[in-house]
Design a protein. Structure first.
Length: 211
């Protein structure tokens, strides 16, 4: 029996992968897209690095089993990191990808807004917490960490990091509200004077009758 190939459309595009256009099926429909930030917004967000690192230091003192901490934007921008042995840019990119899937799962199941994500491996935990409107906090911990303690401190630290990031974020400028245009005042109707007929006095009437 002769083998027959599947009936597929021949692939004629022999350009390099980088030169090809976007593939529609590569990203599912409705997938959340990260916001595009300007250079000024990125600079303002990264200005919160020093206070975030101080928060990481206090967090490590409260949870000694932590091995790394990273604050990043939802678009994968590294804001501050303390991750020895782990590349922060790669971890931020993976966090943004996992965040997109987690947001879609929570939305599809009616669970509301994203709050946290926990991944357990053979050697420890990776926990991601919401941090304000535009950032997330990712913590790395060993397998012997108390998960309840990790969640408690991670939520508190995420709220604190969110406050720092939101305070540094550039506020959205809104154009002043314009007052509704007033209709022009209608001109007052002009009164036209009508000519009055001359009054006939009693004396004039008598004179006419006598004549």
């Amino acid at each position: 029996m002769r083998w027959r190939p599947f009936d597929r459309k021949p692939f004629d595009d022999r350009r390099p992968f980088e030169a090809r256009g976007p593939v529609k099926d590569r990203e599912p429909a409705g997938a959340p897209r990260p916001p595009q930030r300007s250079r000024a917004e990125r600079r303002d967000l990264m200005a919160a690095e020093a206070p975030i690192l101080e928060e990481f230091r206090r967090l490590r003192a409260r949870v000694p089993q932590l091995t790394g901490a990273l604050a990043a934007g939802v678009d994968g921008l590294v804001l501050a990191h303390d991750t020895p042995g782990v590349e922060p840019d790669g971890l931020a990119a993976l966090t943004a990808a996992a965040l997109g899937v987690a947001v879609r799962v929570a939305d599809a199941t009616g669970r509301g807004d994203f709050r946290e994500l926990l991944v357990r491996g053979a050697d420890g935990y990776v926990a991601t917490y919401a941090a304000g409107r535009t950032a997330v906090l990712t913590l790395l911990a060993t397998d012997g960490v108390n998960v309840g303690r990790l969640h408690l401190e991670g939520r508190r630290a995420g709220a604190r990091v969110g406050e720092l990031v939101d305070a540094k974020a550039t506020p959205v400028r809104r154009s002043p509200a314009k007052s509704p245009a007033r209709e022009p005042a209608k001109p007052m109707p002009t009164r036209t004077k009508t000519a009055r007929s001359a009054r006939t006095t009693t004396a004039d009437a008598r004179t006419t009758t006598e004549s």
